[in-house]
Design a binder for this molecule. Structure first.
Ligand code: GLN
Length: 537
């Protein structure tokens, strides 16, 4: 078994996760079984309790783990199925070590960062290796080299590489080569210093992936090679992509990074066949059709908050050979300016998941606008609850209808807390989480789109449709097209007499990949595109 450790230098947000995922794509296409893992040095046990402003989206796995959004890249770029084993935080490490200490597992010893914390980190790599039976494990270390909190992780991977031996582990450092406008030059000094920082702790990178806005010329590559002590061929250019993040695997392939990695790890494999991937890129760069859809949220302008939603929309576009322009609409702007002004001309409207009251009324106006003007609507989790509240208020004429999340005293709680949640007092990891089965109704639009009637989708919520209102809704044309197998929980709703108005209590965006676009997003973009081109559905 072989190990690749991916670290980052100079600044955060360099796209280490993407680089790790893209390398995973290439290695998988060389016929290797790959596993990917992310270490996060913060002290939260998981990112589930963090605001999207702090952390971006929380990515949910089948087993209900709330994880870092880089795990979303891993699942989208490869065929790996991740579990909570694949994301480790300092919080988890310390929790385990402290529990062990209380149980007396270290009796007689002083418990220290080295070896107890570092051993715990190494254990997690071994555990994944054993469970995944992968040929290659790619472990990404979050944060930036030089961060105090990242040190135990770097020490652990240094020791780990030593223990598994030469040719079995390599270090890949993703670094930044900025272009300084005033000088008109790319500068290598930050990279040199970042590598020096790594070497100080005993890690000499084998491969340097250089993120840059402009191409690295030969002289610059020589300079980086010389000063950072890596062979020339291991200085990899990773320029900003022109169109799409899905170009990254092809870019790395052109730089022969997969070939180099395999050589360093003594893996003999055929060259990867990336033709299907090239076809995806073709559809992204030169699609036959184009459409604009609006995403109505409250973390607008924060690229990472709805990461998987944006990606799944793009995949829906790929499935329809349709380029999608995503218009990010701030729900509070709808409250100020009205729906017509903010949403006119869009092919489709999507309301994603969310928590808290801010922007709720704007989202309700967006759902109303979509329903009344027959604009395709896709609601995800909160987006389904919003569609329900809107229908109750404007069709069922219950003007004070609401979710008890936002108005505990509403006379018409059409969305209410899940029974199981009423006993919950702690906030971390306690929502209804992870993959749950759902039964779709024969003849429903959801059933047609999925092409099957039992589906499994990922959840993350505390509130649900209030069954006391089912009959009333049904009579007015609100269709419950997906239910939990016991029939108790509403999972998918749709509207009769509307070309496409569909919403789910789950998060379909977590299961979409560029090469396997999710059926709901595929259907949504098809409907949006048809509407704009006036073709009746
Ligand atoms: N806040 C809502 C709930 O807890 C919706 C959650 C979500 O959109 N993920 O049920």
């Amino acid at each position: 078994m072989k190990f690749i450790f991916v670290t980052g230098g100079v600044v955060s947000s360099l796209g280490k996760g993407l680089t790790a995922a893209a390398l995973g794509t290439l290695l998988e296409n060389r016929g290797l079984k790959v596993a990917l893992q992310k270490f996060d040095p913060y002290l939260n046990v998981d990112p589930g309790t963090m605001s999207p402003y702090q952390h971006g989206e929380v990515y949910v796995l089948d087993d209900g783990a709330e994880t870092d959004l880089d795990l979303g890249h891993y699942e989208r770029f490869t065929n790996v199925k991740l579990t909570r084993m694949n994301n480790l935080t300092s919080g988890q490490v310390y929790q385990t070590v402290l529990n062990n200490e209380r149980e007396g597992k270290y009796l007689g010893k002083t418990v220290q960062v080295i070896p107890h914390v570092t051993d715990e980190i190494k254990n997690r790599i071994h555990a994944l290796a054993e469970k995944s039976k992968a040929d290659v494990i790619i472990t990404e270390i979050g944060g930036t080299t030089g961060d105090i909190e990242g040190l135990p992780f770097l020490e652990a991977i240094r020791e780990f590489a030593l223990e598994v031996g030469y040719h079995n582990a390599i270090f890949m450092h993703v670094t930044y080569v900025p272009f300084i406008k005033a000088a008109g030059e790319l500068k290598t000094k930050p990279t040199q210093q970042s590598v020096a920082k790594l070497r100080e702790i005993g890690i000499a990178p084998h491969v340097l992936v250089c993120r840059c806005e402009r191409p690295l010329d030969k002289d610059l590559r020589h300079k980086i090679s010389m000063f950072c002590n890596v062979p020339l061929e291991a200085v990899i250019e990773e320029k900003d992509v022109d169109h799409s993040i899905y170009e990254v695997p092809l870019m790395l392939q052109r730089e022969r990074v997969d070939e180099l990695v395999c050589r360093l790890l003594q893996l003999t494999t055929p060259a990867p066949n990336m033709t299907h991937w090239q076809e995806i890129i073709r559809k992204l760069i030169a699609p036959q059709h184009r459409v604009r859809v609006g995403v109505v949220g409250k973390y607008i302008g924060l690229q990472d908050a709805y990461k998987s939603v944006y990606e799944a929309i793009i995949h829906g576009g790929v499935a329809n050979d349709c380029g999608v322009e995503i218009v990010q609409v701030d729900a509070e702007d709808i409250e100020k300016n009205g729906a017509e002004k903010m949403l006119k001309g869009l092919g489709g409207i999507l309301v994603p998941g969310g928590f808290g009251e801010r922007g709720i009324e704007g989202k309700i106006l967006a759902a109303q606008y979509a329903r009344e003007n027959k604009i395709p609507y896709l609601g995800l989790c909160l987006g389904m609850q919003i569609a329900t509240i809107e229908f109750a208020r404007n069709v069922l004429k219950l003007p004070k209808a609401h979710s008890t999340e936002f108005d505990a005293n509403t006379p018409n709680p059409v969305i209410a807390m899940l029974d199981d949640q009423k006993r919950v007092t702690k906030k971390g990891g306690t929502m209804r989480l992870g993959a749950q089965p759902c039964q779709l109704t024969v003849g429903s639009q959801a059933g047609q789109l999925y092409g099957s009637f039992v589906i499994h989708e990922r959840h993350r919520h505390r509130y649900e449709f209030n069954n006391a209102y089912r009959e009333k809704f049904e009579k007015a044309g609100f269709v419950f097209s997906g239910l939990s197998p016991d029939g108790k929980l509403v999972e998918v709703i749709e509207l009769k007499d509307h070309p496409f108005f569909l919403a789910s209590q789950f998060h379909p965006e977590f299961l979409s990949k560029p090469h396997q676009p999710h059926p709901l997003f595929k259907g949504f973009i098809a409907a949006a595109h048809l509407r704009i081109h006036h073709v009746p559905l």
